[in-house]
Write a protein that binds this ligand. Structure first.
Ligand code: SIN
Length: 518
C-alpha cells in the first residue's frame, strides 16, 4: 500500500538532537514540519551520548578560548568560520536551553555544574543526569516537539530514496514502514537529513546499529558530495566482551581518576604526556598498540583505588551496566578496548546545512561542515547538532530553489523479502570485521587496498536478481553499506599522511613511533 501524505514546508529525516532541534525551531517559526525517524523518537546515537554540551556560559570563559581548543583538537584542519559559528551560536543556544528549563546538573547551591574535559582549557561542559546528557536532551526536545501542533512525527519509517525532479531539486523522500508494511511518499519544499553517522559499520561501535550511513547513501545518490570520510573517531574505552555488548565508558571516568592497566595490571600510560587524559586519539592508539603487543584483546579500566561513594554518585548508571556483564569493578579492572564512536566525515555542507543539491540539507553527525577538523573535541557534538540544526532549519525554510513536481517513486516501492535477512546480517558482520581490521584505528596502504578489492568483490557477489519489481529492503541496505564503506576506505587510501584520528602506520615517521611505544 502507498500512502501519500500531506505536503510539508520541511521534511526532516532523523530524530537525534539535530533533527529534533531543527524540527522544533522550524515549527516555532510557524512552518509545517514532518519529522520522520527509522526507530522511535527516544532512540539513536544522541540518546546514547554520554558527553555533555560544551559552551561558554561564564564571564571567566570566552569564545576565543573555546574556538582555540576546538582548533587544537582538530589539528589545525578545522574550518575557521564553522568554529566561530559553533562557539558563538552554541553559547546562545545553551543559555536559551537553560532558560527553557533543560535539567542541567547543578550544585547544591543551585548553580550550574560546569565540567572540565580533555582538550578544554575552561570548565565549560554542561551535563544532565550525569553521563546521560544525550538522553536528558533528547527527552527535553521530544517534550517540546510533542507540543507543536504544526509538527507531525512519523516513527519506524525507513527513508530509502530521496525524490528529485527533472532539474535535480530534492522535493521529499520515500519511506518504508515495517510495522504497516507500506510505503510513504512525503513531499516537502525542503528536505533535511539528520540521520547520524556510520560508525556502526565497524565491528565495535558505541552507537546503535542504525548508525550505518544510510542517510549518507541517500544524499550521495541524489548528487551530494561526501567529504572527509576517512575521519572516524575511535573512543578509547568501550566495554569489551568477546560476544556480549560494546558500550561506552565515558572519558569522565578517567577524569575522575580511573587508570588504564595492561594484562599484568600495570599502568602503561603513566609516563605519557597527559597520561590517561592525553588526547582521545592518542589514548585510543596506545590501547590498540598495547592490545597487539600483549595479545589479549582488551586492557583494564581500573577504578579499584577510587572512592566507591564518589563513583556511585557520578557513574551509577555505567557501573550498573558493567555489573550486569558480570564484572565487579570494585575488585577487578573493567575490560575495555577502542570502538568507533563519532564520524567526522559526512555529507559536505555549507554553514547553513546546504548540500549543493537544491532543496536538500543536512545537519548533525551526518553532515561534514569542517567544524571538527581532523579530530573532534569532547562534548562538541551535541553542541554541533543544536547549532547547525537551528541554522539548517532556518535556511531550509527559505529555500527558493526552482522546482518542479518530484518524479513519483512508482515502480521502486520497497518490499521485504525476509529470506534475505540472514545473508544481510552475515554480510554486515563480514564488512564490519573487514573495516575494523583494515580501515580501523591504524591503517596502511596494503590493508586499505585489500579492503577496497574485498568490498568490490562482495558487493558484486551480493547483486542477485530481484524476486519482484521494486526495491527490496535488505538489498537496498546491502548496497548502501557497501557504498559507504567503500568511501571510507577509499578516502583513507587517498590520504597517505596521518592527521588527527586518521593514522597511517606506513608513514615513515609513524613506523618509528609505533615501534618504540611499547
Ligand atoms: C565521553 O563521555 O567519553 C564521550 C564524550 C564525547 O564523545 O564527546
Amino acid at each position: 500500500m502507498t500512502t501519500d501524505n500531506a505536503h510539508s514546508d520541511l521534511l526532516i529525516i532523523g530524530s537525534g538532537a539535530a533533527g529534533l532541534y531543527a524540527a522544533d525551531r522550524a515549527a516555532a517559526d510557524g512552518a509545517r514540519v514532518t519529522l520522520v525517524t527509522a526507530d522511535q523518537l527516544a532512540s539513536g546515537s544522541s540518546y546514547w551520548s554520554q558527553g555533555g554540551i560544551a559552551a561558554v556560559t561564564t564571564a571567566d570563559d570566552d569564545f576565543a578560548s573555546h574556538a582555540a581548543d576546538t582548533r587544537a583538537a582538530g589539528r589545525g584542519y578545522c574550518k575557521d568560520e564553522a568554529v566561530t559559528v559553533l562557539v558563538r551560536e552554541g553559547a546562545a543556544i545553551a543559555n536559551d536551553l537553560i532558560e527553557r528549563g533543560m535539567p542541567f546538573d547543578r550544585h547544591e547551591s543551585g548553580s550550574l555544574q560546569r565540567g572540565l574535559e580533555g582538550g578544554h582549557s575552561h570548565h565549560r561542559v554542561l551535563h544532565a543526569l550525569g553521563v546521560q546528557t544525550g538522553k536528558a536532551l533528547v527527552d527535553f526536545l521530544i517534550a517540546q516537539v510533542r507540543e507543536r501542533a504544526n509538527l507531525t512525527v512519523i516513527e519506524n519509517a525507513f527513508a530509502y530514496r530521496l525524490l528529485t525532479d527533472a532539474s535535480g531539486h530534492c522535493g521529499g523522500a520515500m519511506l518504508y514502514r515495517w510495522q504497516h508494511g507500506d510505503n510513504l511518499t512525503l513531499t516537502a519544499n525542503a528536505t533535511v537529513l539528520a540521520t547520524g553517522g556510520y560508525s556502526a559499520l565497524f565491528a565495535r561501535s558505541t552507537n546503535p546499529h542504525t548508525s550505518a550511513g544510510d542517510g549518507l547513501a541517500l544524499a550521495a545518490n541524489a548528487g551530494a558530495t561526501l567529504s572527509d570520510m576517512a575521519f572516524v573517531q575511535f573512543h578509547p574505552t568501550a566495554f569489551y566482551s568477546a560476544s556480549g555488548p560494546c558500550f561506552l565508558l565515558s572519558e569522565a571516568l578517567r577524569g575522575a581518576g580511573a587508570t588504564l592497566v595492561d594484562a599484568h595490571g600495570r599502568r602503561f600510560l603513566a609516563d605519557r604526556d597527559g597520561a590517561e587524559l592525553a588526547p582521545r586519539d592518542v589514548v585510543a592508539r596506545a590501547i590498540f598498540q598495547q592490545i597487539e603487543y600483549q595479545e589479549q584483546p582488551f586492557v583494564g579500566l581500573d577504578l579499584r583505588h577510587l572512592d566507591p561513594a564518589h563513583l556511585t554518585a557520578g557513574f551509577d548508571y555505567l557501573l550498573k551496566q558493567v555489573a550486569t556483564q558480570g564484572v565487579d569493578s570494585t575488585r577487578e579492572p573493567i575490560p575495555v578496548a577502542p570502538a568507533a564512536h563519532y564520524c567526522i566525515g559526512g555529507v559536505a555542507t555549507d554553514l547553513d546545512g546546504h548540500t549543493g543539491v537544491p532543496g536538500l540539507y543536512a545537519c548533525g553527525e551526518v553532515a561534514a561542515t569542517g567544524v571538527h577538523g581532523a579530530n573532534r573535541l569532547a562534548s562538541n557534538s551535541l553542541l554541533e547538532c543544536l547549532v547547525f540544526g537551528q541554522r539548517t532549519a532556518r535556511h531550509a525554510l527559505h529555500d527558493r530553489s526552482p522546482r518542479q513536481r518530484p518524479t513519483p517513486g512508482n515502480g521502486c516501492m520497497m518490499y521485504v523479502d525476509s529470506g534475505r535477512a540472514r545473508d544481510f546480517i552475515a554480510r554486515r558482520r563480514d564488512l564490519a570485521d573487514l573495516l575494523t581490521a583494515q580501515a580501523g584505528l591504524v591503517r596502511d596502504a596494503d590493508g586499505l587496498q585489500y579492503a577496497l578489492d574485498a568490498l568490490d568483490q562482495a558487493s558484486s557477489e551480493s547483486q542477485t536478481k530481484p524476486v519482484r519489481t521494486g526495491t527490496e529492503y535488505y538489498d537496498c541496505r546491502t548496497r548502501y553499506m557497501y557504498q559507504i564503506a567503500r568511501t571510507v576506505v577509499s578516502s583513507a587510501l587517498h590520504r597517505p599522511t596521518s592527521i588527527g584520528v586518521h593514522y597511517r602506520r606506513d608513514e615513515p615517521a609513524n613506523n618509528r613511533h609505533v615501534d618504540t611505544t611499547i
